[in-house]
Ligand binder design. Sequence first.
Ligand code: MG
Length: 390
Amino acid sequence: MSKVKAVRTRVWNWTGPTVPPQANFCTNASDALFERGDAMTSFRFHQWLTCEVEADSGEIGIGNAALAPTLVKHAIDEHYSPLVIDEDPFDYAYLWEKMYRRTLAWGRKGIGMIAISAVDIALWDLMGKLVGKPVFKLLGGRTKEKIPVYYSKLYADSVDAMQAEAQAAVDAGYQAMKSRFGFGPKDGMAGMRENLKRVAAVREVIGWDRDLMLEAYMGWNLDYTRRMLPKLEPYEPRWLEEPVIADDIHGYAELNRGPIPISGGEHEFSLFGFRQLLDLRAVGVIQYDTNRVGGITAAQKINALAEAYQVPVIPHAGQAHNYHLTMANANCPMSEYFPVHDVEIGNELFYYIFSGDPAAEIGFLDLDEHKPGLGIDISDQHLAHFEVLE
Ligand code: MG
């Protein structure tokens, strides 16, 4: 029997060069406030957490979390790590329930569930390494020859810049791409026209045989979205993502009755959170984030539930853990893919912390059958650009 010997958490603070985002880069939930200063601070993540779970045999499983890393580190160190030490990592379902139930009073959504996610992902990586198999082979195996990926960037910019970026993505072979809105309710009718102009411009470049996804990152509201949907319909978007804040699930349910599928879930937590969304038919596409939702253990339960509702699951973000889940589930048709680029908002930081995340080629990626676990390692290649807190 294997036993967990130690849990090590580290916060990685990026101190290297960053690309400042342009004005109206992406709508976000803070747009509803009359904030002085930089509302974009709620859309910038320049820290990351790694969580390493070590077995008594010396094998190390790697998990991670991207939101509020210093708080998550504290939660793991103080509360979750003692719950898994000396336990068998293969008892993952029991360990998940133990972490969840012992902290239920405060941990069930937000920081607690992110901490559970990081530990759970590390346990799965560890199990894969201990049996010498990639994680997707433990979850259901290969359901696709390769994983189709969609290009996820195209933040709002000048029409020319967005068209050039969309063209580059077409040239690189992507069959699907996601663009961000830069304007919302505070920008009035003129902002609506700016939004529509950019959707039209991207559609013009990519043609009508590629999928176009649209993302508002909770920066709109119900009234604004109701007015936008008929204007967006002629551009045939594959989905409209997070038009309203994550707690407005009845708003999602109303919007999802229309012809454009509404997607969401990257800010929702656990099987129970997704049961509510599915019961209300609130989303046409589920986008849990594995390193928030409760890790791979919770994600697999949500996959089964979503399949019964026939709602496809396309996890939020790139990263190995999402690819392994997508590969192992027939109801996950594709993966989100952040192209490798300079550090901007920070969701690309994982490329600088880990090595081994697969790169997309001509719109697809594949997982290595011979790499045990999730197939990633913590890299020291960019260490000079991080301040690491132990
Ligand atoms: Mg999103």
